[in-house]
Design a binder for this molecule. Structure first.
Ligand SMILES: Cc1cc2nc3c(=O)[nH]c(=O)nc-3n(C[C@H](O)[C@H](O)[C@H](O)COP(=O)(O)O)c2cc1C
Length: 243
């Protein structure tokens, strides 16, 4: 199951508690849009395709996060490079790019594609403030470019994580035609095992393809400062030499 069984209750609490901005992840937030918009909440859903982007704009989304399949976690099928400009052209609300962005170069590229901002996941996994287990962070810090795998395609819920014993077991089970129930059983508690218990063999180490570029632990402030410094340098440099 992708959506929490408590999704309806959570959506109602968000509406009742005066939350000002909501971003939604994998899954379609369409059924909550009317409620949230009626309370004046700004809603920024993650979208994996142009069709869903257009639908959510029609339903009142204030901005969209176009997330490419390079990302860690639940993903769609289209890369950031291909998805972002197509979503930008299809809607008139601001688009935020996500997936495969871990430094000022990625940020600059996203802006070139028409995004107004970026959402970053994998690089912040190793922020000092991030409380995932150190063994999870170490795996991200040591990962190379080809170290992620996607499982869950057969059940329609693809997830990208660092390769380990669990992803190998998943792939074998999927190949052998395991039922959705068997696969769900295999994945049960896997994020908890990785993030809290530090089981990097049998836990789900969600991370994106850009993990190979993430090789130092820093505070969130240092990460953001570095992003902005690199972005400014790139923009200043490229404006002189781009053609
Ligand atoms: C450990 C981890 C957990 C994530 N969990 C969620 C989630 O629960 N819901 C969601 O919409 N996106 C989730 N994401 C995706 C991020 O919000 C973000 O869009 C993505 O990581 C961006 O790509 P990047 O990992 O290449 O930076 C997760 C990503 C990671 C790495």
């Amino acid at each position: 199951m992708l959506l929490s069984p408590f999704a309806d209750e959570v959506a109602q609490i968000v509406a009742d508690e005066g939350v000002e901005v909501v971003t939604t992840g994998a899954g379609n937030p369409g059924k909550y849009m009317e409620l949230w918009k009626s309370k004046g909440i700004k809603v920024i859903p993650v979208v994996p395709s142009v069709a869903i982007a257009k639908r959510l704009e029609r339903l009142g989304a204030d901005a969209l996060i176009a997330e490419g399949c390079e990302s860690g976690g639940h993903i769609g099928e289209i890369t950031t490079m291909a998805l972002v400009p197509q979503v930008v052209d299809a809607v008139s609300i601001p688009v935020i790019a996500a997936g495969g962005i871990a430094d000022g170069r990625g940020f600059a590229a996203a802006l070139m594609l028409g995004a107004k901002g970026v959402q970053i996941g994998t690089r912040f996994l190793v922020a000092t403030e991030c409380n995932v287990h150190q063994s999870y962070k170490d795996k991200v810090l040591k990962a190379t470019d080809i170290e992620t795998a996607v499982t869950g395609r057969p059940t329609g819920h693809p997830v990208r994580a660092l390769k380990n014993q669990l992803t190998r077991k998943f792939m074998q089970a999927e190949k052998a035609g395991a039922t959705p129930e068997e696969l769900e059983e295999l994945g049960k508690g896997a994020l908890y095992r990785a993030a809290i218990q530090g089981d990097s063999l049998n836990g789900s180490l969600l991370a994106g393809q850009i993990a190979g570029l993430v090789n130092k632990e820093q505070s969130a402030k240092e990460i953001i400062d570095e992003f902005m410094k690199e972005l400014k340098e790139i923009v200043a440099d490229r404006s002189k030499n781009i053609l």
